[in-house]
Design a protein around this ligand. Structure first.
Ligand code: NAD
Length: 435
């Protein structure tokens, strides 16, 4: 049987994973109304087979795109409610649904009814599925919604995750997960209690270039990796009313907003957790943007295998979003690495035929929408009852390490952390990329 997920998918499994079944639910004392809303017998299922063209044997220099994609019919895709219709939602996430194969937008949550109605019309969302922040909890009665995607200012992630999980929906939440370690833990606990999945939207971990970099590092293609350098920053606008510059809403400045990409990358590239952290911060005196949050942070980490990481982030430098992995035999870099698109991968090693020459190669892959990959992964996890690759525990660990980075900068000390054995301990199974 055709199966792009690498395993067979049965209808019986769907029933046991996305719905509890009314008889079993009442027997164990669950709210039958909630269970009825969760029972989606018509969602998910097998992807239809890929349409194939007869092979073209004539010589060509074209790289194959892999053939036509396949996708679940719209009626079988999982429904996503988008909470917060700001820049990220409207500029990146909503358009990305057009590239999804398992997910579709079915509801909107916004404080601005006019904007929500306009977006609903643009994407064919039923106007009855528009909520505001007050009646959000009524989403529990809406069988069109399987997953809630929270795209609000960082300080609001906790409340909307807890309310969403209590409403019986799975949660996909933007990074940073929250504004404190305690909040991250509450989010994990709330989703566990409701028996709902929680995934943090670390889009880069679903990107083909980042996955290739992980494979290169882990397969020793670069030799023994010594150092990873990562930088992510931008010259933040002068609008001092923006929530990113208010600590109560953002939790911090460049570090939780964009520096987190560097931190997260060093962790998913190596699969390891740091055992030592030192850091420095700086904010330009008198710059009104940095009254509450920091401008720049540099931080250094040591990993158990000996890899050293050197990271920088800033709200004050021209946009730079890159990393380079320095191995004993070669280096590879993504520059840009953390942009939404236009990623460029380069690798350098000594030429095998001439040790006076360096072979510098551009590695090209078919670009994919990171947001579509991420949302389809969430849908795949719900359909197949899998742990997301970037679950709440992944967000919690970054939050703990960011707190350590701030502490190291404040005290000027190098902070030692207990060694964590094993690789990818905060991650679920690697994502399966659908054609
Ligand atoms: P934004 O300011 O453009 O949008 C925020 C939305 O929240 C707006 O619609 C706003 O009206 C609404 N909102 C509700 N209550 C609010 C309040 N009290 N104050 C301010 N806004 C309020 O922000 P954004 O850039 O869309 O960021 C939203 C989330 O997405 C953040 O957590 C951010 O870190 C994350 N993000 C992630 C990426 C990524 O690449 N994964 C990129 C950008 C932002």
């Amino acid at each position: 049987m055709f199966d792009l997920f690498g395993k067979k998918f049965s209808r019986r499994k769907l029933l046991t994973t996305t719905g509890l079944g009314v008889v079993a639910a009442s027997a164990i004392g669950l709210d039958p109304e909630l269970v009825a809303a969760q029972t989606q017998t018509s969602k998910g299922g097998e992807l239809p087979p890929q349409i194939k063209f007869s092979p073209d044997e004539s010589p060509t220099t074209e790289v194959s795109s892999g053939g036509p994609p396949t996708a679940l019919p719209p009626a079988k895709r999982l429904g996503f409610a988008i909470v917060g219709l700001g820049r990220l939602s409207l500029e990146e996430i909503m358009p990305a649904f057009g590239m999804c194969k398992l997910a579709k937008p079915t509801a909107l949550v916004s404080g601005d009814a006019k904007k929500a109605n306009q977006v609903a019309q643009q994407y064919g969302i039923n106007p009855k599925n528009i909520y505001n922040y007050q009646n959000y909890d009524n989403i529990r009665n809406n069988p069109d919604v399987d997953v809630i995607y929270i795209v609000l200012p960082n300080s609001m992630h906790l409340e909307y995750t807890v309310r969403g999980a209590k409403a019986g929906k799975h949660i996909l939440c933007e990074k940073p997960m929250a504004i404190s370690v305690a909040e991250c833990q509450q989010m994990i606990d709330a989703c566990k209690k409701a028996d709902k999945k929680l995934m943090i939207a670390y889009r880069c971990q679903y990107d083909p270039y980042h996955r290739a970099a992980i494979r290169m590092l882990r397969s020793k293609e670069l030799g023994k990796v010594k150092v990873i350098q990562a930088d992510n920053g931008q010259n933040q606008s002068n609008d001092i009313s923006q929530w990113r510059l208010k600590k109560a809403l953002s939790g911090g400045g460049s570090l939780p907003d964009v520096g987190i990409y560097c931190l997260n990358a060093t962790r998913y590239l190596t699969g390891e957790e740091p055992i030592e952290i030192s850091a420095q911060t700086f904010s330009t005196p008198g710059d009104p943007r940095f009254k509450e949050v920091e401008e720049s942070v540099t931080f250094q980490m040591r990993f158990p295998s000996g890899v050293l990481a050197l990271c920088s982030t800033s709200y004050g430098y021209h946009q730079s979003r890159r990393f380079r992995i320095f191995g004993s035999d070669a280096w590879t870099q993504l520059d840009p690495a953390f942009a939404y698109n236009g990623l460029r991968m380069t690798m350098s090693r000594l030429s095998p035929s001439n040790n006076m020459a360096e072979d510098v190669t551009d590695i090209k892959m078919t670009e994919k929408s990171q947001f579509a990959l991420e949302m389809d992964h969430m849908a795949d996890c719900v359909i197949h009852n899998k742990q997301p690759h970037t679950p709440g525990e992944e967000g919690l660990q970054d939050q703990k390490l960011m707190a350590t980075i701030y502490e190291a900068a404040k005290t000027g000390r190098t902070i030692k952390l207990p060694a964590v054995s094993g690789l990818d301990v905060t991650r679920g199974p690697a994502p399966v990329t659908l054609r």
